[in-house]
Design a protein around this ligand. Structure first.
Ligand SMILES: Cc1cc2nc3c(=O)[nH]c(=O)nc-3n(C[C@H](O)[C@H](O)[C@H](O)COP(=O)(O)OP(=O)(O)OC[C@H]3O[C@@H](n4cnc5c(N)ncnc54)[C@H](O)[C@@H]3O)c2cc1C
Length: 289
């Protein structure tokens, strides 16, 4: 199918982009096009204006800042995956990106596009949630910074309004030598996951866990942190973790049901994948610390 007709705009700066968003009705931003173009071709959406942000150089790039790492919204997934800075400081993101689509889709697809599209099974917004990332948005009133916990407003719905765009995602990396683990189940490699899980662990200088993050995605409409299970991990010895509170947390989830799998199946998968991600995080904590 062909997309419905629209007017095409190609701003060269963030200011031009902002002006277009405030003056045009029913406009859509085009980033890597890996989700937007199929939706246009299937006529799921019919914007009157398409604003192509591929020629705004300030929106792309990976920067080390005083507080951590900032990744421009238009940074391609392939560039993040191959970045030595990301591999060193945000290794969970590198690990998860290996599962995102294919080399062709990663060469066009952007972190910003994925975090604005918000497919429940998308790895990048999930890892942003695990790492407590911040989303930097620009709108008519200037810049605002949105915590990952406030970013998700429902199925495919971020907290951006129609006149705002995502400029960058900010991360505060965990301590050097932290442990990380990731597991997902997809029917074929490169497909969207049916469900996935991630774990981050920091040691107290010895063998006990001082900080933990646990997350499932593709289970409910948005990625879900398991805060109680995280708290239960603190103080435990990494090699002797009790899995019972984690499995209890998985049982309490309220999974989606769709044509692929039932809610019960997703709940079971969540527990299995959490266990795998956590074991991988424990092993990497022991090896890296
Ligand atoms: C075959 C195939 C397999 C895939 N497999 C996976 C997978 O396994 N895991 C996964 O996570 N994804 C997968 N994807 C999707 C892919 O990761 C997309 O790149 C991503 O969903 C969207 O990024 P994009 O840059 O292409 O954004 P686009 O498609 O251009 O835009 C997506 C949405 O975000 C909005 N948007 C984009 N940038 C901004 C911005 N800066 N500010 C405000 N709004 C913005 C757009 O208006 C649009 O609504 C797959 C895609 C394909 C085609």
């Amino acid at each position: 199918m062909k997309p419905p007709s629209f007017q095409y705009h190609r701003p060269q700066t963030r200011e031009e982009l902002g002006a277009l968003l405030t003056s045009l009705d029913n406009a859509k931003i085009l980033a890597g096009g890996q989700s937007l173009m199929p939706m246009l071709n299937l006529r799921v959406i019919a914007p009157d204006h398409l604003i192509d942000i591929n020629r705004i150089p300030e929106l792309a790039g990976i920067r080390e800042t005083a507080d951590g790492i900032e990744i421009g919204a238009m940074t391609r997934q392939a560039d993040i995956l191959s970045s030595p800075i990301i591999r060193d400081r945000l290794p969970l993101l590198t690990r998860a990106l290996e599962h995102v689509g294919h080399i062709q889709t990663r060469s066009r697809g952007t972190i910003g596009g994925s975090c604005c599209h918000l497919d429940p099974s998308a790895e990048q917004p999930a890892i942003c949630t695990a790492l407590d990332a911040e989303f930097v948005a620009i709108g008519p009133k200037g810049r605002r910074v949105i915590a990952a916990a406030d970013w998700f407003q429902g199925m495919l719905q971020s907290s951006l309004d129609d006149q705002e765009f995502l400029e960058a995602v900010r991360f505060r990396p965990w301590a050097k030598g932290h442990g990380y683990g990731f597991a997902e189940y997809a029917r074929r490699h490169g497909d969207f996951a049916i469900s996935g899980a991630a774990a981050l662990l920091e040691a107290d200088g010895g063998s006990r866990i001082a900080r933990a993050a646990l997350l499932v995605f593709g289970v409910e409409e948005a990625p879900r942190r398991l805060y109680e299970a995280e708290a239960a991990l603190v103080g435990q010895i990494a090699s002797e973790i009790a899995l019972a509170p984690i499995l209890d947390a998985a049982r309490a989830l309220d999974p989606m049901e769709d044509v692929q799998v039932t809610a019960d199946y997703r709940r079971h998968l969540a527990g299995t994948l959490l266990g795998r991600a956590l074991r991988e995080a424990c092993t990497s904590l022991e090896q890296r610390s």
